[in-house]
Design a protein around this ligand. Structure first.
Ligand SMILES: NC(=O)c1ccc[n+]([C@@H]2O[C@H](COP(=O)([O-])OP(=O)(O)OC[C@H]3O[C@@H](n4cnc5c(N)ncnc54)[C@H](OP(=O)(O)O)[C@@H]3O)[C@@H](O)[C@H]2O)c1
Length: 263
Protein backbone atom coordinates (compact mmCIF):
# COMPACT_ATOMS: atom_id res chain seq x y z
CA UNK A 1 0.00 0.00 0.00
CA UNK A 2 1.18 3.52 -0.80
CA UNK A 3 1.93 5.88 2.05
CA UNK A 4 0.13 9.03 0.84
CA UNK A 5 -3.27 9.49 -0.85
CA UNK A 6 -2.78 12.73 -2.79
CA UNK A 7 0.10 14.97 -3.87
CA UNK A 8 -0.43 18.43 -5.36
CA UNK A 9 2.72 19.74 -6.99
CA UNK A 10 3.20 23.07 -8.76
CA UNK A 11 5.98 23.67 -11.27
CA UNK A 12 5.77 20.03 -12.35
CA UNK A 13 6.41 20.54 -16.08
CA UNK A 14 10.19 20.98 -15.75
CA UNK A 15 13.27 21.15 -13.54
CA UNK A 16 13.13 20.41 -9.81
CA UNK A 17 9.32 20.06 -9.75
CA UNK A 18 9.28 17.40 -12.46
CA UNK A 19 12.03 15.43 -10.68
CA UNK A 20 10.14 15.73 -7.39
CA UNK A 21 7.10 14.20 -9.10
CA UNK A 22 9.25 11.22 -10.14
CA UNK A 23 10.83 10.92 -6.70
CA UNK A 24 7.51 10.97 -4.81
CA UNK A 25 5.32 9.00 -7.27
CA UNK A 26 6.18 5.56 -5.81
CA UNK A 27 4.75 6.67 -2.44
CA UNK A 28 1.46 8.31 -3.54
CA UNK A 29 -1.86 7.10 -4.98
CA UNK A 30 -2.86 10.34 -6.80
CA UNK A 31 -0.74 13.18 -8.18
CA UNK A 32 -2.04 16.49 -9.49
CA UNK A 33 0.56 18.18 -11.70
CA UNK A 34 0.32 21.96 -12.12
CA UNK A 35 2.17 24.36 -14.48
CA UNK A 36 1.25 26.33 -17.62
CA UNK A 37 2.49 23.91 -20.33
CA UNK A 38 -0.33 21.37 -20.66
CA UNK A 39 1.50 19.13 -23.16
CA UNK A 40 4.47 18.61 -20.82
CA UNK A 41 2.16 17.85 -17.90
CA UNK A 42 0.16 15.33 -19.93
CA UNK A 43 3.32 13.52 -21.10
CA UNK A 44 4.58 13.41 -17.52
CA UNK A 45 1.20 12.20 -16.18
CA UNK A 46 1.19 9.29 -18.65
CA UNK A 47 4.76 8.31 -17.82
CA UNK A 48 4.13 8.44 -14.05
CA UNK A 49 0.99 6.27 -14.34
CA UNK A 50 2.78 3.64 -16.43
CA UNK A 51 5.93 3.54 -14.30
CA UNK A 52 4.49 3.85 -10.80
CA UNK A 53 0.81 2.87 -11.06
CA UNK A 54 -0.23 6.28 -9.79
CA UNK A 55 -3.35 8.22 -10.88
CA UNK A 56 -1.69 11.29 -12.36
CA UNK A 57 -3.67 14.35 -13.50
CA UNK A 58 -2.44 17.28 -15.58
CA UNK A 59 -3.93 20.53 -14.30
CA UNK A 60 -2.68 23.45 -16.44
CA UNK A 61 -2.85 26.82 -14.67
CA UNK A 62 -1.08 30.15 -14.63
CA UNK A 63 -0.26 30.80 -10.97
CA UNK A 64 1.02 34.30 -11.72
CA UNK A 65 -2.64 35.32 -11.95
CA UNK A 66 -4.27 36.30 -8.68
CA UNK A 67 -7.02 33.80 -7.75
CA UNK A 68 -5.57 30.91 -9.82
CA UNK A 69 -4.12 29.13 -6.76
CA UNK A 70 -7.52 28.85 -5.05
CA UNK A 71 -9.03 27.46 -8.29
CA UNK A 72 -6.21 24.90 -8.51
CA UNK A 73 -6.92 23.77 -4.97
CA UNK A 74 -10.66 23.38 -5.69
CA UNK A 75 -10.00 21.45 -8.91
CA UNK A 76 -7.57 19.17 -7.07
CA UNK A 77 -10.33 18.18 -4.64
CA UNK A 78 -12.68 17.57 -7.60
CA UNK A 79 -10.07 15.40 -9.35
CA UNK A 80 -8.93 13.25 -6.42
CA UNK A 81 -11.92 13.55 -4.07
CA UNK A 82 -9.95 14.99 -1.15
CA UNK A 83 -7.46 17.73 -0.28
CA UNK A 84 -3.78 16.85 -0.74
CA UNK A 85 -1.82 15.23 2.08
CA UNK A 86 1.39 16.40 0.40
CA UNK A 87 1.64 19.89 -1.12
CA UNK A 88 4.76 20.92 -3.02
CA UNK A 89 5.01 24.61 -3.90
CA UNK A 90 7.79 24.55 -6.48
CA UNK A 91 6.63 26.86 -9.31
CA UNK A 92 8.73 30.00 -9.46
CA UNK A 93 10.53 32.39 -11.78
CA UNK A 94 13.18 35.09 -11.42
CA UNK A 95 14.41 38.05 -13.48
CA UNK A 96 17.91 39.48 -13.70
CA UNK A 97 18.83 43.13 -14.27
CA UNK A 98 18.70 46.54 -12.66
CA UNK A 99 15.43 46.92 -10.74
CA UNK A 100 14.74 50.19 -12.57
CA UNK A 101 14.86 48.37 -15.92
CA UNK A 102 13.06 45.04 -15.34
CA UNK A 103 9.44 45.51 -16.52
CA UNK A 104 7.23 46.15 -13.50
CA UNK A 105 4.46 43.91 -14.82
CA UNK A 106 6.82 40.91 -15.02
CA UNK A 107 7.95 41.37 -11.44
CA UNK A 108 4.41 41.92 -10.11
CA UNK A 109 3.40 38.62 -11.77
CA UNK A 110 6.49 36.98 -10.27
CA UNK A 111 5.39 38.17 -6.81
CA UNK A 112 1.92 36.68 -7.37
CA UNK A 113 3.53 33.38 -8.41
CA UNK A 114 6.42 33.14 -5.94
CA UNK A 115 4.60 34.62 -2.91
CA UNK A 116 0.82 34.92 -3.23
CA UNK A 117 0.11 31.53 -4.82
CA UNK A 118 2.51 29.76 -2.44
CA UNK A 119 0.83 31.41 0.55
CA UNK A 120 -2.74 30.74 -0.66
CA UNK A 121 -2.02 27.05 -1.31
CA UNK A 122 -0.37 26.66 2.12
CA UNK A 123 -3.35 28.24 3.87
CA UNK A 124 -5.87 26.09 1.99
CA UNK A 125 -3.88 22.89 2.57
CA UNK A 126 -3.16 23.42 6.27
CA UNK A 127 -6.75 23.36 7.60
CA UNK A 128 -7.64 19.88 6.32
CA UNK A 129 -4.16 18.65 7.28
CA UNK A 130 -4.67 19.96 10.85
CA UNK A 131 -8.09 18.27 10.97
CA UNK A 132 -6.51 14.95 9.91
CA UNK A 133 -3.45 15.53 12.12
CA UNK A 134 -1.16 14.54 9.24
CA UNK A 135 0.32 16.08 6.12
CA UNK A 136 3.47 17.57 4.62
CA UNK A 137 4.10 20.83 2.79
CA UNK A 138 7.36 21.44 0.92
CA UNK A 139 7.97 25.05 -0.13
CA UNK A 140 10.80 25.68 -2.57
CA UNK A 141 12.72 28.76 -1.46
CA UNK A 142 16.45 29.15 -2.27
CA UNK A 143 19.75 30.01 -0.64
CA UNK A 144 18.85 33.41 -2.17
CA UNK A 145 16.34 33.68 0.69
CA UNK A 146 19.12 34.23 3.24
CA UNK A 147 20.45 37.49 1.74
CA UNK A 148 19.71 40.51 -0.50
CA UNK A 149 20.48 39.99 -4.22
CA UNK A 150 21.45 43.09 -6.21
CA UNK A 151 20.42 42.64 -9.90
CA UNK A 152 17.84 40.03 -8.84
CA UNK A 153 16.49 42.18 -6.02
CA UNK A 154 12.78 41.28 -6.22
CA UNK A 155 13.44 37.57 -6.85
CA UNK A 156 15.73 37.32 -3.79
CA UNK A 157 13.08 39.13 -1.74
CA UNK A 158 10.40 36.62 -2.83
CA UNK A 159 12.63 33.78 -1.68
CA UNK A 160 13.24 35.54 1.67
CA UNK A 161 9.44 35.54 2.05
CA UNK A 162 9.19 31.84 1.12
CA UNK A 163 11.89 30.90 3.64
CA UNK A 164 10.62 33.02 6.53
CA UNK A 165 6.94 32.14 5.95
CA UNK A 166 7.69 28.45 5.64
CA UNK A 167 9.82 28.26 8.78
CA UNK A 168 7.18 30.13 10.76
CA UNK A 169 4.45 27.75 9.50
CA UNK A 170 6.63 24.76 10.46
CA UNK A 171 6.53 25.95 14.06
CA UNK A 172 2.75 26.54 14.02
CA UNK A 173 2.04 23.21 12.32
CA UNK A 174 4.20 20.97 14.54
CA UNK A 175 1.63 20.56 17.39
CA UNK A 176 -0.89 19.29 14.79
CA UNK A 177 1.48 16.59 13.52
CA UNK A 178 1.84 18.46 10.20
CA UNK A 179 5.29 19.19 8.75
CA UNK A 180 6.28 22.23 6.70
CA UNK A 181 9.66 21.80 5.03
CA UNK A 182 11.68 24.39 3.15
CA UNK A 183 13.94 23.49 0.24
CA UNK A 184 16.79 25.97 -0.27
CA UNK A 185 18.82 24.97 -3.33
CA UNK A 186 21.83 26.87 -4.62
CA UNK A 187 22.31 27.02 -8.39
CA UNK A 188 20.52 24.15 -10.14
CA UNK A 189 20.94 23.31 -13.80
CA UNK A 190 17.38 24.00 -15.11
CA UNK A 191 15.46 26.25 -17.53
CA UNK A 192 15.19 28.76 -14.69
CA UNK A 193 18.43 30.50 -15.73
CA UNK A 194 17.37 30.97 -19.37
CA UNK A 195 14.09 32.52 -18.23
CA UNK A 196 15.88 34.64 -15.61
CA UNK A 197 18.52 35.67 -18.19
CA UNK A 198 21.14 35.14 -15.51
CA UNK A 199 24.89 35.14 -16.04
CA UNK A 200 26.43 31.76 -16.90
CA UNK A 201 29.95 32.20 -15.63
CA UNK A 202 32.59 29.67 -14.63
CA UNK A 203 31.67 29.97 -10.94
CA UNK A 204 27.97 29.33 -11.58
CA UNK A 205 28.80 26.22 -13.63
CA UNK A 206 31.13 25.01 -10.90
CA UNK A 207 28.47 25.45 -8.21
CA UNK A 208 25.58 23.93 -10.20
CA UNK A 209 23.67 20.89 -8.90
CA UNK A 210 21.44 18.57 -10.91
CA UNK A 211 17.64 18.88 -10.50
CA UNK A 212 17.50 15.11 -9.87
CA UNK A 213 19.95 15.30 -6.94
CA UNK A 214 18.12 18.25 -5.36
CA UNK A 215 14.72 16.57 -5.80
CA UNK A 216 15.90 13.28 -4.27
CA UNK A 217 17.29 15.09 -1.23
CA UNK A 218 13.98 16.92 -0.75
CA UNK A 219 11.91 13.75 -1.31
CA UNK A 220 14.00 11.92 1.29
CA UNK A 221 13.31 14.70 3.81
CA UNK A 222 9.56 14.42 3.10
CA UNK A 223 9.59 10.66 3.59
CA UNK A 224 11.90 10.60 6.64
CA UNK A 225 10.37 13.66 8.28
CA UNK A 226 13.57 15.68 8.66
CA UNK A 227 15.34 18.06 8.30
CA UNK A 228 12.82 20.93 8.20
CA UNK A 229 15.22 23.03 6.13
CA UNK A 230 16.95 21.28 3.24
CA UNK A 231 20.05 22.97 1.83
CA UNK A 232 21.35 20.48 -0.75
CA UNK A 233 25.12 19.98 -1.13
CA UNK A 234 28.11 20.81 1.10
CA UNK A 235 29.04 23.99 -0.82
CA UNK A 236 25.58 25.50 -0.38
CA UNK A 237 25.58 24.53 3.31
CA UNK A 238 28.98 26.26 3.67
CA UNK A 239 27.72 29.40 1.87
CA UNK A 240 24.72 29.67 4.21
CA UNK A 241 26.98 29.16 7.25
CA UNK A 242 29.64 31.69 6.18
CA UNK A 243 26.97 34.29 5.37
CA UNK A 244 25.93 34.26 9.02
CA UNK A 245 29.44 35.24 10.10
CA UNK A 246 29.98 38.18 7.72
CA UNK A 247 28.37 41.66 7.96
CA UNK A 248 25.28 41.92 5.74
CA UNK A 249 26.68 44.80 3.63
CA UNK A 250 29.69 42.62 2.70
CA UNK A 251 27.40 39.75 1.64
CA UNK A 252 25.24 42.15 -0.39
CA UNK A 253 28.29 43.65 -2.11
CA UNK A 254 29.69 40.20 -3.00
CA UNK A 255 26.29 39.05 -4.26
CA UNK A 256 26.13 42.13 -6.50
CA UNK A 257 29.53 41.20 -8.00
CA UNK A 258 28.34 37.63 -8.62
CA UNK A 259 24.94 38.58 -10.06
CA UNK A 260 25.74 41.70 -12.13
CA UNK A 261 24.85 40.62 -15.70
CA UNK A 262 27.22 43.21 -17.21
CA UNK A 263 30.33 41.85 -15.49
N1 LIG B 1 17.41 26.66 -10.78
C1 LIG B 1 17.96 27.22 -9.74
O1 LIG B 1 19.15 27.56 -9.73
C2 LIG B 1 17.15 27.44 -8.49
C3 LIG B 1 17.83 27.73 -7.31
C4 LIG B 1 17.13 27.94 -6.14
C5 LIG B 1 15.75 27.85 -6.15
N2 LIG B 1 15.10 27.59 -7.31
C6 LIG B 1 13.63 27.53 -7.27
O2 LIG B 1 13.21 26.25 -7.67
C7 LIG B 1 11.90 26.32 -8.19
C8 LIG B 1 11.85 25.53 -9.48
O3 LIG B 1 12.72 26.11 -10.41
P1 LIG B 1 13.55 25.27 -11.47
O4 LIG B 1 14.97 25.61 -11.28
O5 LIG B 1 13.13 23.86 -11.48
O6 LIG B 1 13.09 26.05 -12.80
P2 LIG B 1 12.31 25.58 -14.12
O7 LIG B 1 12.94 24.37 -14.69
O8 LIG B 1 12.21 26.82 -14.94
O9 LIG B 1 10.87 25.18 -13.55
C9 LIG B 1 9.95 26.14 -13.12
C10 LIG B 1 8.58 25.48 -13.05
O10 LIG B 1 7.62 26.49 -12.65
C11 LIG B 1 6.57 26.52 -13.61
N3 LIG B 1 6.02 27.86 -13.73
C12 LIG B 1 6.68 28.98 -14.11
N4 LIG B 1 5.83 30.01 -14.19
C13 LIG B 1 4.61 29.53 -13.84
C14 LIG B 1 3.31 30.11 -13.76
N5 LIG B 1 3.11 31.39 -14.03
N6 LIG B 1 2.28 29.32 -13.37
C15 LIG B 1 2.47 28.01 -13.09
N7 LIG B 1 3.67 27.41 -13.17
C16 LIG B 1 4.73 28.16 -13.54
C17 LIG B 1 7.22 26.07 -14.92
O11 LIG B 1 6.26 25.52 -15.80
P3 LIG B 1 5.57 26.26 -17.03
O12 LIG B 1 6.62 27.08 -17.72
O13 LIG B 1 5.06 25.12 -17.85
O14 LIG B 1 4.48 27.08 -16.45
C18 LIG B 1 8.12 24.97 -14.40
O15 LIG B 1 7.40 23.78 -14.24
C19 LIG B 1 11.58 27.81 -8.35
O16 LIG B 1 10.74 28.20 -7.28
C20 LIG B 1 12.94 28.48 -8.23
O17 LIG B 1 12.84 29.78 -7.71
C21 LIG B 1 15.77 27.37 -8.48
Amino acid sequence: MKRYKALLITGASAGIGKELAYALAPQVENIVLVARRANKLETLAKDLSVRFGVNAYALPADLSVSGAAAQVFEKTIELVGRPPDILVNDAGVGFTGEASEIPTESEVKMITLNIESLMVLCKLALKPMYARRTGVILNVASIAGFQPGPYMAAYYATKAFALSYSEALAEEARPYGVRVLTLCPGTVDTEFHFIANSKRGYLRNLLSSSPQGVAWEAARAILLGFPDRIVPGPINKAIVFIERLLPRFVITHLAGKFLNPRK
